[in-house]
Design a protein around this ligand. Structure first.
Ligand SMILES: Nc1ncnc2c1ncn2[C@@H]1O[C@H](COP(=O)(O)OP(=O)(O)OP(=O)(O)O)[C@@H](O)[C@H]1O
Ligand SMILES: [Mg+2]
Length: 281
């Protein structure tokens, strides 16, 4: 359903003193370099890699927050750049994104009812009763029950997990076909991480949403992803079913990533990760 082909994004490197050196004039950062993958309806693809490997850039390109240097994405066979140019609102009904920081993503002045109903208003829905009904239904679906008790609340009155549920509710209210979740649980307490991860997986399955789950944290991928794509310096170096990649990684970089996962068992013998992944957090 989602078909990404040769996606590439180059940025002009920051113009520092180095750019004045002979031959340095046209340096570029190759943030994303020839990335291709497909995601089916109801399927979750995990995009994993160390900091700076190009995961967020890939996500932003796919939801139209940035323009690719080259390459394309198709949704059900339709080129999404063309679709977005033709009708931006229709594109946003199909493609939504969830970010890492649920607090920064929510306007503190607005109530939960406003925040979650806003995409419908933006789409031109004027029937207040219909909006209120959709908001209640979607709040219940993300586990904010009873929905009535959340409608009038402001973001600061909610926990981090509840705020991320509000972001998820807002992202699914237009019934998107494709959802990009960029590190959706990395700012949450361990205790709620798993609930949110399971919620995302359930929503993908029940609503037939194709999901790109971006993370640098391999610990959660088993609970949410069907397949993994491992990203390294802008390129995808390995893809496969999550169990297969975790149990028998083919690529040396994937092996170092997996070796760096903290073990739940302190006595387990660990492979010492090479310098390559130090600073991964
Ligand atoms: N707007 C921009 N202008 C210039 N360079 C950028 C821009 N956005 C990203 N980059 C560069 O592109 C590369 C990929 O960045 P990106 O944010 O996609 O990585 P990431 O895998 O999401 O990392 P993290 O795990 O830290 O979120 C980095 O080298 C980054 O510095
Ligand atoms: Mg990122």
């Amino acid at each position: 359903m989602i078909d990404v082909r040769d996606l590439t994004k180059h940025y002009a490197a920051a113009a520092g003193l180095r750019s004045l050196l002979p031959g340095r004039g046209r340096e570029v950062t190759r943030a994303v370099e020839g990335v291709s993958f497909a995601i089916g309806a109801g399927e979750v693809l995990g995009l994993v890699g160390e900091s700076g490997s190009g995961k967020s850039t890939t996500g932003r390109l796919l939801v139209g927050l940035e323009t690719p240097t080259s390459g394309s994405m198709r949704i059900d066979g339709t080129d999404s750049a063309a679709a977005r140019a033709r009708d931006k609102k229709a594109f946003h009904r199909q493609v939504q994104m969830i970010f890492q920081d649920p607090y920064g993503a929510l306007n503190p002045q607005h109530t939960v009812e406003d925040l979650v109903g806003r995409p419908l208003l933006y789409q031109g829905v004027r029937d207040r009763a219909a909006i209120a009904k959709s908001v209640r239904a979607v709040l219940a679906e993300v586990g904010l029950t009873p929905a009535e008790s959340y409608l009038g609340k402001h973001p600061h009155q909610l926990s981090g997990g509840q705020r991320q549920r509000v972001c998820i509710a807002r992202a699914i209210i237009l019934e998107p076909r494709f959802l990009v979740a960029d590190e959706p649980v990395s700012m949450l307490d361990v205790s709620i991480k798993w609930d949110i991860v399971r919620l995302l997986k359930r929503l993908a399955r029940q609503r037939g949403i194709a999901m790109l789950y971006i993370t640098h944290d391999l610990a959660t991928v088993g609970a949410v992803c069907d397949r993994l794509a491992i990203m390294y310096r802008g390129r995808i170096v390995e893809t496969g079913p999550v169990e297969q990649v975790m149990a028998a990684p083919a690529d040396p970089y994937t092996r170092t990533l997996i070796a760096a996962i903290p073990s739940a068992d302190p006595d387990a013998v660990r492979v010492r990760p090479p310098v390559l992944v130090q600073g991964l957090g």
